[in-house]
Design a protein around this ligand. Structure first.
Ligand code: 13P
Ligand code: SF4
Length: 388
């Protein structure tokens, strides 16, 4: 009987090899784990109503869709992009209503960049971001106070777009800038032109991967754990560091491992591996290339016909690239589905509900950042946008 434990004749066998299970038919074999693959089956039942509600609003509405959104939502987007591209679209959008199909911090950024007469709507307020939640403004202020207690360390805060408006405002107020995964190196370079150190929030991995590629050795980077005094560092280590990395991460991208890179290379000789810079350092090192979501798309599009790619990022983008880029083969680096469950909260039902209400003149799920926060967050965002 080996390692099988029989509870009763009709019970499940704990420790047994699982019988082969069934996947949702539209999902490419090897991409999804069993139930999650069913989550990815498109739900197009509301297409006609969404199209009609959108048509009724006409020029009054602009729908922005992040690449990680499900197909049946993103197909209604007037603009599709990564967070940098969408922040430009938000700053230039016409239309009274900006319906943001993405997550909370993105809609907040759109509200900070919008024009006076515009209103930003997030179809489901539960669409947050676990990484953004890892840097609380109280913790960041406490960190800054502790750092300041060591004297003038000449630090510029740089915050990833994936942070709350309060953190962006803190950054703006303290001479820093926002960055996205597309322009993190340009923003860090800008930061080092005026001060000696960078406090990078809230993604440890993006900060480390970016700084390392800029030639900063790992020994000159420390991690700041907000739950420990001085972030768990000695004053000497802080004085010697050039980059202070906030201990935050993306629950989706942190799942990719160097072992997966090895496996995919073994199983698909000649395959190219590209990973989002939110992946851990070891994965970024093992990959052939690192790219923001837009960077991943461009790299695959520009590669020779027939190139095979394993991609370390959110599954909706990977699947879409697999479908749309017919001249290339695109698979996920992780054989089990890597869904951003908060992006996934924007359903066709939520989009329809938001649009139909706007059509009736009811603004639902408005994202509104208070004036003071908006002012300083805008300073930090404008610094980033001017570095384009
Ligand atoms: P991008 O900056 O590449 O759009 O990334 C946003 C994001 O949430 C990645 O996890
Ligand atoms: Fe946040 Fe990660 Fe989802 Fe991006 S993929 S929104 S960082 S949880």
């Amino acid at each position: 009987m080996g390692n099988l434990v029989s509870i009763s004749d009709s019970s499940i066998l704990i420790g047994a090899d699982q019988p082969p299970t069934v996947r949702a038919p539209e999902i490419e074999a090897g991409v999804g784990c069993d139930f999650d693959s069913y989550l990815l089956v498109p739900d197009n039942a509301l297409d006609d109503r969404i199209a009609a509600a959108k048509a009724r609003l006409g020029q009054d509405v602009v729908i922005l869709g992040h690449h990680y959104q499900r197909d049946e939502v993103v197909k209604f987007a007037d603009f599709r992009g990564d967070s940098l591209k969408l922040s430009f679209q938000a700053s230039q959008a016409e239309g009274r209503y900006i319906v943001f199909c993405g997550v909370h911090f993105m809609a907040e950024s759109a509200d900070i960049l919008r024009r006076e007469h515009q209103t930003v709507v997030l179809p489901d307020l539960n669409a947050g971001c676990s990484m953004a939640d890892m840097a609380d403004i109280g913790q960041v202020e406490a960190c800054w106070r502790e750092l300041s207690s060591l004297g003038n360390l000449n630090i510029t805060p740089v915050t990833y777009m994936n942070s709350t408006a309060a953190i962006k405002a803190f950054t703006g107020e303290h001479g820093g800038a926002v960055c996205t995964s597309s322009n993190a190196a340009a923003v860090m370079k800008w930061a080092f032109e005026s001060r000696e150190k960078v406090l990078f929030l809230p993604d440890e991995h993006l900060g480390r991967n970016t700084a390392y590629r800029m030639g900063i050795p790992l020994e000159q980077m420390i991690v700041w754990d907000p739950y420990q005094e001085f972030g768990g560092n000695t004053p000497e280590a802080i004085r010697n560091a050039r980059v202070i990395l906030w201990k935050g991460y993306c629950s989706v991208h942190q799942r990719f491992t160097p072992q997966q890179v090895e496996r995919v290379r073994r199983q698909h000789p000649g395959i190219r591996v590209i990973a989002h810079p939110e992946c851990r350092f070891e994965v970024a090192q093992a990959a052939d290339a690192i790219g923001s979501t837009e960077g991943i798309i461009k790299a695959i599009e520009a590669s020779p016909v027939g190139t095979e790619w394993a991609v370390g990022t959110e599954i909706h983008l990977v699947n879409r690239l697999g479908k749309e880029l017919k001249n290339h083969k695109v698979i996920s680096l992780d054989p089990s589905v890597c869904v951003c469950t908060t992006m996934f909260r924007i359903t066709p039902q939520h989009l329809l509900w938001a649009l139909e209400n706007l059509g009736e003149g009811n603004v639902v799920n408005r994202i509104s950042v208070d004036e003071r926060t908006r002012h300083y967050a805008r300073v930090a965002l404008d610094r980033m946008l001017s570095l384009r």
